[in-house]
Design a protein around this ligand. Sequence first.
Ligand SMILES: Cc1cc2nc3c(=O)[nH]c(=O)nc-3n(C[C@H](O)[C@H](O)[C@H](O)COP(=O)(O)OP(=O)(O)OC[C@H]3O[C@@H](n4cnc5c(N)ncnc54)[C@H](O)[C@@H]3O)c2cc1C
Length: 418
Amino acid sequence: MAEYSVLSLVRNALGGHRRWIRAWRDPEPKKRYDVLIVGGGGHGLATAYYLARNHGITDVAVLEKGWIGGGNVGRNTTIVRSNYLLDGNNHFYEHSLKLWEGLSRELNYNVMFSQRGVLNLAHSDGQMDAYARRGNAMRLNGVDSELLDRNGVRRLYPYLDYSANARFPIYGGLLQPRGGTARHDAVAWGFARGADRLGVDIIQNCEVTGFERSGDRITGVQTTRGTIGCGRVGMAVAGNTSRVAQMAGLELPIESHVLQAFVTEPLKPLIDGVITFGAGHFYISQSDKGGLVLGGDIDFYNSYAQRGNLPTVEHVMANGCAMMPNLRRLRILRSWGGIMDMSMDGSPIISKTPIDNLYLNAGWCYGGFKATPGSGWVFAHTIAEDRPHRFNEPLSLGRFTTGHLLDEGGKGPTPKLH
Ligand SMILES: Cc1cc2nc3c(=O)[nH]c(=O)nc-3n(C[C@H](O)[C@H](O)[C@H](O)COP(=O)(O)OP(=O)(O)OC[C@H]3O[C@@H](n4cnc5c(N)ncnc54)[C@H](O)[C@@H]3O)c2cc1C
C-alpha cells in the first residue's frame, strides 16, 4: 500500500491521477474470524485498527450494514474536546484528545484536526461558579482550561449579543484551547485504510441480522452475506445498539433519538473556534469551506429515522440567534440527522457484557466523535485482554446495577436532557 506524501501527490498529478490505488480492499467475508466488529463507524474501525496495531490481532473483520462513513461518524458537527468534570470521563476523553493530536501522522491520512479552541459561554454567576469548578478539575488532571470573563469572551468573539437587553447576558466562559474540530469522514476513511493495511477485512453491505449462541458464548453472526463464525464479537453500532443487542438477548439502558445538524451558505472567515451557548443547547463552528456548522438538542422523542423534524429546527435556530444575532441574516443550506445512542447517565459504555465473548461499545449521546481514537484504543484492549483498560473501567455496563453512575450533567436517567 502506497504512503500518502507530497511525492506521491506530485507523481500521481503528473500521471493524470489514474494510478491511485484503492484506499482499502473489498474482500469476500471468510467463514470465520478471531474477532468480528459489528458496525463500521468511527468506533468500530478504530477498534479494528488498534486490535491489529496494539495487540497484533489481525484476523478481524468489520461488518458494516451500509457504507463506511454513512453513520454518525460522517454526520456529526465534528467537535473534539476533553472538558469534563468527573474523573471517569476526564481521563478517558483526555486520552482520546492526545491521540487526536498525532492521528494524521499515525494514520498517514490528513484528518484535518484543527485545535482552534472550544468555548462554553456562561450566562449567570452560578454558571460561572460551575465552570470555575469544572476548569479547576480539568487543570488538576493536567487538561488545559481557561476561565474567561465577559471582556475575555468579547475579545475573542465581538459579534455575540452583549447588549443591555440581551435575552441571556454573557458573563464569561470556559475555554479549552486544545479542543477543536476534525474532518469527520476523513477520520472514518483514515481508520479504514489503516486497519486494512494491517490485514483487517472491511466488509460493507453486510448487515448483522442475528447471533448464533452456544450457552453463554456467541459462536457466529448471521448476516445478509451468510453466517460468519467468530471467537469474539465487539458491538459498535451507535444508534442501532438496542436493536442489535436485542438480537443477542440483551436489554440495555439506552434509548435512540435523532440529532440534527445544519450548515449555512459559505461565508468569509468569521468564527475561528467552536462556541457553545450556555443558556440552551447550541454549538457552532465554521468549516474550511466557509459554511457555519451548527446543532442543538436531540428531537425529543425516540426514533431510528436519520432525519429530523421542524420544531427542533426552529428551537435550534432560536437559540443560535439569541447568542449571535447576525445569524438571522444567513440561509441554511443543508440539514441532516443521525441516530444517537443516549445512555441513562449521559456517559458512554465500553464494557464486557453478560455474554462471555460479546463486548459492548455504546451510549455515546452527543459526544462520540471526539472519543473515536480513545474509544477504539480501550475497546480493542478490552476485547484483546478480556478486561477493561484503566480508562474504561468507570464506563462499565455494571455501573447501572451497582449505582456508580457517571452523571456528568446531573440530569438523571432522562436521555433527552443529556
Ligand atoms: C448530527 C450529529 C452531530 C454530532 N456532533 C458531534 C460532535 O460535534 N462531537 C462529538 O464528539 N460527537 C458528535 N456526535 C456524536 C457522534 O457522531 C457519535 O457518537 C459517534 O459517531 C458514534 O460512533 P460511530 O462513529 O461508531 O457511529 P456510526 O458511524 O453511526 O457507526 C455505527 C455503524 O453501525 C452500523 N450498523 C448498525 N446496525 C448494524 C448491523 N445490524 N449490522 C452491521 N452494521 C450495523 C451503521 O450502519 C453504522 O455505520 C454527533 C452526532 C450527530 C448525529
